[in-house]
Unconditional design. Sequence first.
Length: 359
Amino acid sequence: MTAPTTTQAGPAVRRPRAGGHPLLRFLTRRLATTIGLLWGTTVVGFLLVQAVPGDPVAANLSDAALGNPEAVAAFERKWGYDQPLPVQYLTYLGNLVQGDLGTSQRSGRPVLADLLDYVPATLEIALPAIVVSVVVAVLLGLLSAVKHGKAPDQGVRVVSLLGLSTPPFWLSLLALYVFFYVLGVSPNGGRLSPQFAAPAHVTGVFTIDALLEGNPLKAWDAAQHAVLPVLVLSLVTIATLTRFVRSALLEVLRRDYITAAHAKGLPQWTVLVKHLLRAALVPIITMTGLAFASLLSGTVLVESVFGWPGLGQYAYQSATALDRPAILGATMFIAAVYLTVNLVVDLLYGLADPRVRLS
């Protein structure tokens, strides 16, 4: 009979949980949720488009064609309006799974091709606007929170309140009047001056495509046209983010570890950045993501005033023409933007807060 063997106690080995890596499980769940939400968006969007008052046949055919029953029947047959609604939806869903968003009744082009033209225009002003807004809002919110109740705090609150109360279209008109009509330092709208032709489409962003084309003058002209839309979008977004950043920082300022950090004699900048701002990053990231998604979704009034052919303009023109494929295409893109931004925000939580990574 052999003696039982003894094993020496060693350090505990942390075994991975069943089911794979936590990040992989999280991404799998979010992907399944995203697919479900996108499908739900197709159902709601399709039903809402059908419920919109108006006849797409009357909106897209001339009076002479409307008086011709054969022309009306041909139009309905071409766009599937002669089929029952469930058949129309299943046809749309089958095409959507294959990446086909349909053909715009207004432009006669594939909706995806239209979006590839209009979305980069929105990106050209949305990306700079969100970067400027976050930087300025964090600085103003930090100043307002640290100087709580004092003159700087009151000034920041008044300015942000004015920004929230000012309609974007009025601010756009004011910017055009001051910088174009009075000072003459800005173009009057559009993406390029008349003497320049649109650059070859590579990214769809005129400033980048003009540089890739080797034409810095055209790139500079495109950048000048984008300044005022970016300024207006930034002012509106800064007003919203500043109040949110201030509230988030004030909540953290009341915690004991901030007082302890000051009592230890840590430098003011270290306390503000490493302890105060980092602790408030999660709600700030959330609000920034929502603001960016809102900018990407298109700002109709700002784009209309500046003659900027972005997604907001495309969605507005499609709605007024009762262009159902284009309306559904814009709806699906906006839904995909919000779902993608929410996923990125959730991933950024783990970088901002170690407790999220551990969970």
